[in-house]
Design a protein around this ligand. Sequence first.
Ligand code: 5RP
Length: 227
Amino acid sequence: MADKEAEKKQAASRAVDEVRDGMLVGLGTGSTAEYVVREIAARIARGLRITATSTSRATEALARSLAIPLVAFEAVARVDLTIDGADEVDSGLRAIKGGGGAMLREKIVAAASDRMVVAVDSSKLVPILGRFPLPVEVLPFAASFAARRLEELGPGPRRRTTSDGSPFLTDQKAYIFDLPLGAIPDPEGLARTLERLPGLIGHGLFLDEIDTVVVGEGEGVRVLRRG
Ligand code: 5RP
């Protein structure tokens, strides 16, 4: 197993230590979240009693295949704990998410959650956000207009495509544009700018949602807590 995969798995396992009997748990999306889901399923098999809700169709299908008791998020008003991955995290527990294109649902589930724990491998820690191209989600109706406005923020926004070249579609059937902005000195200001753009329905900046980050580092883990 590559070191990075080992770190993701260790971080996922430590993050799942936060789960308690009786909780409603939000399940994130991506490869680290997949380790989380598999670990939760293993602990359920050993007696853990929880219900889960999912941030994406892909995670829902995985959780269902592992017999994790699920409730549709449409019927959920509050979640006890969500465990997710991230593409980048800074020392202020601000993150970029959306490499898997699920950040809109991830942000909604995070907002509904009493706590959000993010599990990452050590390569995801950055001194300043922006090495990872920032994903934003755009209604197809607004695609051309949004592309022009996103160009004003920095050159080279790219509409995400699948391996056959067709547009990548989110679970909401919307497009993702990836913005290669480089260092983002003012993520809060950028988030405000993006949130004022009609047709843009989500972005990957998670600035105050995350309470705890579990970082897989070598053979162990490091836990970073807000405040
Ligand atoms: C999906 C996400 C993922 O959490 C993020 O892309 C990290 O994925 P991985 O754990 O596979 O590196 O935000 O929308």
